[in-house]
Design a protein around this ligand. Structure first.
Ligand SMILES: *[C@@H]1O[C@H](CO)[C@@H](O)[C@H](O)[C@H]1NC(C)=O
Ligand SMILES: *[C@@H]1O[C@H](CO)[C@@H](O)[C@H](O)[C@H]1NC(C)=O
Ligand SMILES: *[C@@H]1O[C@H](CO)[C@@H](O)[C@H](O)[C@H]1NC(C)=O
Ligand SMILES: *[C@@H]1O[C@H](CO)[C@@H](O)[C@H](O)[C@H]1NC(C)=O
Ligand SMILES: *[C@@H]1O[C@H](CO)[C@@H](O)[C@H](O)[C@H]1NC(C)=O
Ligand SMILES: *[C@@H]1O[C@H](CO)[C@@H](O)[C@H](O)[C@H]1NC(C)=O
Ligand SMILES: *[C@@H]1O[C@H](CO)[C@@H](O)[C@H](O)[C@H]1NC(C)=O
Ligand SMILES: *[C@@H]1O[C@H](CO)[C@@H](O)[C@H](O)[C@H]1NC(C)=O
Ligand SMILES: *[C@@H]1O[C@H](CO)[C@@H](O)[C@H](O)[C@H]1NC(C)=O
Ligand SMILES: *[C@@H]1O[C@H](CO)[C@@H](O)[C@H](O)[C@H]1NC(C)=O
Ligand SMILES: *[C@@H]1O[C@H](CO)[C@@H](O)[C@H](O)[C@H]1NC(C)=O
Length: 712
């Protein structure tokens, strides 16, 4: 469904000046309407100003900025995929009829909240001939293309005539994801960048090393040394051999390059973080002599500690394409402030020297000058909690740049005693003080601790999602769902926008449905609620999909007889589908004839098995973590089974004869080594291969895009 264009008329000027209005996009675009509209479906061309074809933005966060031409080509792809418009990209010195002209220039109003010029600003003019985008830099022009796609989406391609001058209030806008305590595949991170970019967010901070809590009161040294800890970059360099022991849950240089490049193509910069001297158990597991008595902390006075960190950074700095890199540096031993200062300053000097000053360094807010820390003011601080620091007094007044990651918008995946799992609109729109949240709100409990909006040492805001309780607390895609509904609202606030909750709700679904270059919802196109339906009527190599969608299956070695798929000896049925996200019902009849464990369904995000060799429980596996039911499919009996996803819960409904029951897949989260908490787990439906390794019969496989009325 296409929504009508929402033009909010805020104030009226005399007619020859036009009407001041706002285009309800996310972030909001201030706009002066002149009346009438341009029908974007008439568009034939994107013309890139020949003078600036190869221009790049030198002021942004990335060292690999795309040229104006490259941004134009990505825009071209999006016009095709989102709006079905087939247009050319050409070079020219002037605009043409039915074109969008991309050029660079400077206008009054290309300034941020502190009144400083920003390369991310743009002007957008729409008239009867098409549109002209004047970016302060190619990146500014790119953000204007996001506005155009959003306006066209909510207006059925009728761009209102008029003009906008738009600029972000802050230059650092985005999120931080804890990829240390949970692995996220390369493709997921790239899809997330597409998501962030659509709402003009420009950084994706990846926390690349960490460990679950080292409960020193509980664990022996041996237990600490085998606790879950990970370092996500994989290098064959001898200097770091043994540091990373999870080859399969890491990024090679090629993969990390691909992530950074794909994200940069959409204006998003990956900010890498390697954490030390706290949260550094993975380094101590590699070199146990470097630990303090709490082995998750490095002993900075050990003569090999700083050289080890320099070896690690020396190995990986050449991988990174951002202007800022993050060394972590939070939650360290409070008695060792002087060591901490020395560590941070030595690493800062090292990084600047190694990169010939092309990179600067960031740390988490930890020890303040008042507590005796004396960190170079060239190090920027990422504030996270007011019990660590009051950024305005502790850092800004001492000349430090501060990025706001206050825990007002913190999330912890799966479960937490302190933080929510899902970001809500209420937090963003109501804010802590009765008005929307904003990057200058460092302290959500005491207003007077916050700087003025125009304070130039506030660099922006990044919302954090942590995985305190390790890899089995959540699935990969649940990180996206933690942010799905409200992160774009926060993106508006990070930009400096003033979209209201009602406006946001009026456009969110329509905008969300068209975000280019990602399918984080794992949506599947379908003519009706029934996405796929196999009835196994004839013994042929192709199984016809009765849903009308044409998702026919291909049989690899199995026999079909008596309306049943006969599974044995590793044969399987292949579908053209991957995964289906929330909500769904995947139902089938099954009759296992052996307890030999096999795969009922397998897909890129998950697997559904009837055991693993030592247990026979029905089990979903996601990200290598098994989630088992207290249930085994009975042998030599037909059972009607439905795997159901409803919101963030996953159920299995089984009926044998007249008895029927519903069970929920849960995760058992280990909390600090001394308690366990059961929590819901949301697993995508695995759809690529059916029955591989399973022995028995299957009938009537149906996938629906909804959950039954009352599955819980
Ligand atoms: C706009 O002004 C900025 C700041 O003075 C300058 O760096 C930039 O090159 C100018 N852009 C154009 C396209 O002239
Ligand atoms: C990585 O995965 C492959 C294939 O699944 C497996 O053979 C290999 O043992 C794994 N390596 C590690 C280090 O886990
Ligand atoms: C830290 O290292 C220094 C120098 O090797 C050593 O004297 C000290 O005992 C170590 N501290 C701890 C807690 O191991
Ligand atoms: C902090 O470090 C700076 C630069 O090294 C130095 O000039 C200054 O005296 C130090 N301040 C304190 C309080 O130690
Ligand atoms: C599950 O969804 C509910 C409702 O949105 C939410 O309150 C809860 O925090 C979610 N739990 C997890 C583990 O995501
Ligand atoms: C708020 O912060 C100011 C400055 O730090 C302080 O003087 C005041 O007591 C605080 N108010 C409350 C209610 O804590
Ligand atoms: C910031 O804004 C205030 C008004 O809110 C003004 O008094 C002050 O001069 C401004 N500061 C700068 C550096 O522009
Ligand atoms: C099967 O799963 C159980 C429970 O998760 C686990 O303890 C066991 O080691 C697994 N067995 C195999 C062979 O993977
Ligand atoms: C399995 O049964 C145990 C004991 O009744 C219960 O604590 C646990 O939550 C059950 N597991 C699931 C996944 O429901
Ligand atoms: C498997 O199911 C049985 C009950 O059928 C239960 O006792 C056992 O704990 C389950 N195993 C796992 C790993 O959940
Ligand atoms: C998840 O990991 C914890 C250890 O952190 C473990 O105690 C728990 O059993 C695991 N949960 C499942 C469902 O395997």
């Amino acid at each position: 469904m296409r929504l009508r264009l929402f033009l909010q008329v805020c104030s009226f000027a005399t007619s020859w000046l036009g009407v001041q209005a706002r285009l309800v996009t996310v972030p909001i675009v201030p706009f002066t309407e002149t009346g009438g509209s341009y029908d974007l479906s008439a568009l034939t061309e994107i013309v890139v100003d020949s003078r600036y074809v190869n221009a790049i933005d030198h002021n942004g966060q990335t060292l690999i900025p795309p040229t104006l031409q490259e941004f134009a080509e990505t825009f071209q792809e999006d016009l095709k995929s989102v709006l079905g418009l087939d247009v050319q990209v050409s070079k020219g010195s002037a605009r043409k009829k039915n074109s969008i002209f991309l050029t660079l220039g400077n206008q009054t109003g290309f300034v941020d909240a502190a009144g400083k010029w920003t390369a991310e600003a743009y002007e957008l003019k729409v008239d009867g001939t098409g549109a002209v985008i004047t970016g302060a830099s190619p990146l500014g022009a790119w953000w204007a293309t996001r506005s155009i796609i959003q306006i066209a989406t909510t207006s059925d391609s009728a761009l209102p005539k008029g003009s906008a001058v738009d600029a972000p209030g802050w230059g650092t806008r985005g999120v931080m994801l804890d990829a240390g305590r949970h692995f996220y595949p390369e493709e997921f991170l790239i899809e997330m960048c597409s998501y962030l970019s659509f709402f003009k967010q420009n950084i994706f901070h990846l926390h690349l090393s960490d460990n679950i809590y080292n409960n020193v009161g509980l664990y022996s040294r041996e237990e600490s040394l085998s606790l879950y800890a990970a370092f996500r970059l994989w290098s064959d360099d001898e200097a770091v051999a043994g540091l990373n022991r999870r080859a399969n849950e890491s990024y090679t240089r090629t993969q990390f390059d691909n992530i950074q490049t794909k994200c940069a193509q959409r204006g998003v910069t990956i900010i890498p973080e390697i954490e030390a001297p706290g949260h550094a158990l993975v380094i101590v597991q590699w070199k146990p002599e470097l630990g303090l008595s709490d082995l998750s902390m490095l002993n900075i006075s050990h003569p090999d500690t700083i050289p080890t960190m320099k070896t690690i950074w020396g190995t990986f700095l050449p991988w990174f394409h951002s202007k800022v890199v993050h060394i972590g540096a939070d939650e360290y031993e409070s008695g060792l402030v002087a060591d901490y200062t020395r560590f941070v300053n030595e690493m800062n000097t090292f990084i600047q020297e190694e990169t010939a000053g092309t990179k600067s360094m960031r740390i988490w807010g930890t020890f303040t000058p008042e507590e005796g820390a004396n960190v170079s003011t060239s190090v920027s601080i990422q504030h996270w909690e007011v019990f660590e620091d009051l950024p305005y007094y502790d850092y800004i007044e001492n000349g430090y740049h501060v990025l706001n990651s206050d825990d007002y918008v913190y999330l912890v995946g799966g479960w937490s005693g302190s933080y929510p799992q899902v970001l809500t609109e209420t937090k963003i729109f109501d804010g802590p003080y009765g008005h929307a949240y904003s990057p200058i709100i460092f302290d959500a409990t005491n207003k007077t601790d916050n700087p003025a909006r125009n304070n130039s040492l506030v660099v922006g805001e990044a919302a954090a999602l942590w995985n305190d309780y390790g890899p089995n607390s959540t699935t990969v895609l649940s990180a996206y769902y933690s942010w799905r509904v409200a992160l774009p609202a926060l993106a508006d606030k990070q930009w400096g926008g003033d979209i209201t909750a009602d406006e946001y709700d009026s456009v969110f679904d329509a905008l969300h449905a068209v975000i280019p270059d990602q399918n984080l919802d794992r949506a599947i196109e379908s003519k009706s609620d029934t996405i796929l339906h196999y009835t196994f009527e004839s013994n042929s190599k192709t199984v016809t999909d009765k849903s009308g969608n044409g998702y026919d299956g291909t049989v690899h070695g199995c026999k079909i007889a008596d309306k049943s798929l006969h599974l044995a000896d590793g044969c399987y049925l292949e579908t053209p589908l991957g995964s289906k996200g929330r909500d769904y019902t995947l139902s089938f009849r099954v009759k296992p004839t052996s307890h030999i464990p096999g795969t009922l369904f397998a897909g890129p995000d998950s697997t559904f098995v009837n055991g693993n060799g030592s247990i026979t429980n029905a089990t979903l596996i996601s990200g290598n973590n098994p989630y088992s039911l207290n249930y085994t499919l009975p042998l030599n009996t037909w059972t009607d089974v439905s795997l159901i996803a409803q919101g963030n819960q996953t159920f299995l409904q089984v009926s044998e004869g007249s008895s029927s029951k519903t069970m929920e897949f849960l995760t058992r989260i280990g909390v600090n080594g001394d308690s366990l908490v059961w929590a819901p787990i949301a697993v995508e439906a695995p759809l690529t291969r059916i029955g591989e390794g399973f022995t028995g019969l299957m009938q009537n496989i149906v996938l629906k895009g909804s959950a039954p009325e009352s599955s819980s």
